[in-house]
Ligand binder design. Structure first.
Ligand SMILES: C[C@H](NC(=O)[C@@H](N)CCCCN)C(=O)O
Length: 479
């Protein structure tokens, strides 16, 4: 009888799936906020006069605290020391705090400079940097939650479904945000997304109650004492001596740098190169997360059953080169090509992660797994920070005078007493009519082409190292 009560929660399929729904929806809200501003680049620039470098400062803020202040590593240590409940709730609060600051930057439109950066840009970047500390920590916490509840059961499936839910969050932001901004104003979608983060925090609180019950039932002792997912500073020395770790970490950096920053610049590319209406700027890039939701589990199953992990990563990198070459080629400027490229990107962005993440346990020993994932995310964040900044800077350099012309038009409209939203709408109209210039992305897009070529090179090196070290990347995961 006592045994039956003890094991009731963990063995309850319903409880497990309730946990999965709670944390998946919480991650949906996190990924939704992560991309809420991405499809608004054209509108934000038209309304507030940010140049591309300033856009890069805000969208690259993902890594300021996670990389420079080592918050991702600290998040791993906090998770290890303070446990799942504390870290889940704290990360929810941190995300909400960062989101509130970002919203304030847009609603208050503060004037003046902070550290030589326009106050609005500085506060929006600070809010996003804080939010991303919470979001990355929430990501590693949710993985640990799923291991706790699903280990030995439907673990891979639960992880796939949680990832699909997160991708749905990105898609909702890309499709919904510009429509809401066009119908209302720019701060409104940010406010909605912040309110959803509050819902995400409530979901984490509900989860914490279930988790406390689970632990009370005593079953958790075994799983909590399984320290394979814990972050340990002492492990770092062992991990970085492994060449396979470096290949996969750098591949992750290059690969994700060619994809996630696409969310930040792709919608504006659609407006400037393909003539898409800014209120629908996220529609074409929005098919990327939808495609990956469906395809990642398919390719994951393929890898589980048939193997060929290193080859899958090589194929994924080749597809990414094709995609970015299509976006780069000036003559391929009809919407059909934009859709074609995003479909191929969806296949590539499903292939690589479905092989990359399950390959890590083949390269590093189980006891170093938690630390390895945190380190890979840390290295990945360097790219997620650096690439948006670089793309913004290069875009400004490659388009001399464009921001100045937009600024001059904005100033004269402001002088007529129009609000930021009204100025934005007018500038948009003038750009569509050809009275004001658009940005030419051609040379700038070579950054993405270069990243994908480097990713292909690393994927080939990883396959060679696999042959040498016998990681078994080409072997199926299932016996
Ligand atoms: C699993 C993986 N997640 C990450 O790579 C996170 N470190 C970064 C998420 C940033 C989202 N803009 C993924 O989402 O594939």
């Amino acid at each position: 009888m006592t045994e039956a009560i003890k094991s009731s929660l963990r063995d309850s399929k319903t409880a497990r799936w309730v946990v999965l729904i709670l944390v998946s929806l919480a991650m949906l809200t996190a990924y939704l906020f992560m991309e809420i501003l991405s499809p608004l680049k054209t509108m934000v620039q038209n309304a507030y006069g940010w140049d591309n470098s300033q856009w890069g400062i805000v969208t690259g803020a993902q890594g300021y605290l996670n990389v420079f202040a080592g918050m991702l590593i600290l998040g791993g240590i906090i998770l290890d020391k303070m446990g799942i409940r504390f870290t889940a709730i704290t990360s929810g609060i941190v995300m909400l705090g960062g989101a509130a600051l970002k919203y304030y930057a847009f609603i208050a439109e503060p004037g003046g400079d902070i550290l030589g950066i326009p106050s609005q840009v500085f506060l929006a970047a600070s809010g996003f940097a804080i939010f991303c500390v919470g979001a990355e920590t929430a990501g590693i916490t949710v993985s640990k939650i799923l291991v706790k509840w699903f280990k030995g059961k439907e673990l891979a499936l639960s992880m796939g479904l949680e990832m699909a839910s997160a991708r749905l969050g990105s898609a909702l932001a890309l499709f919904g945000s510009p429509r809401i901004a066009a119908a209302m104003d720019i701060p409104t979608p940010i406010m909605f997304a912040a309110i959803l983060l509050l819902v995400g925090l409530i979901l984490f609180l509900v989860y914490a109650m279930m988790d406390a019950k689970y632990d009370k039932e005593g079953e958790a002792v075994a799983s909590e004492s399984d320290s394979s997912d814990d972050f340990k500073i002492s492990d770092i020395g062992h991990i970085i001596k492994n060449p396979g770790f470096w290949y996969i970490a750098l591949l992750c950096l290059l690969f994700y740098s060619a994809v996630f920053p696409f969310y930040k610049y792709g919608p504006d590319l659609m407006v400037n190169k393909y003539g898409v209406d800014p209120a629908k700027a996220g529609d074409i890039p929005g098919w990327l997360p939808i495609g990956t939701m469906l395809l990642t589990p398919v390719f994951g199953t393929l890898y589980d059953r048939k193997g060929k992990g290193a080859s899958i990563m090589i194929l994924g990198a080749i597809l990414l080169i094709v995609v970015h070459l299509i976006y780069w080629t000036p003559s391929l400027d009809t919407v059909g090509f934009a859709y074609l490229a995003v479909i191929v990107l969806g296949i590539g962005f499903s292939l690589v992660p479905s092989a990359m993440w399950p390959s890590v346990p083949k390269i590093v020993e189980d006891r170093y797994l938690g630390t390895s994932y945190a380190l890979i995310f840390f290295i990945q964040n360097i790219g997620l920070m650096g690439i948006p900044i670089l793309v913004g800077k290069v875009l400004d350099i490659m388009n001399p005078g464009v921001s100045d012309k937009l600024d001059a038009a904005r100033e004269s409209l402001k002088a007529q007493g129009l609000s930021a939203s009204e100025v934005g709408d007018k500038i948009t109209e003038m750009r569509i009519a050809g009275d004001l210039p658009n940005y030419d992305y051609t040379n700038t897009w070579l950054i993405f082409v270069g990243l994908t070529i480097a990713a292909l090179f690393l994927a080939i090196m990883l396959k060679r190292q696999d042959k040498k070290s016998g990681y078994g990347l080409e072997k199926p995961n299932m016996a």
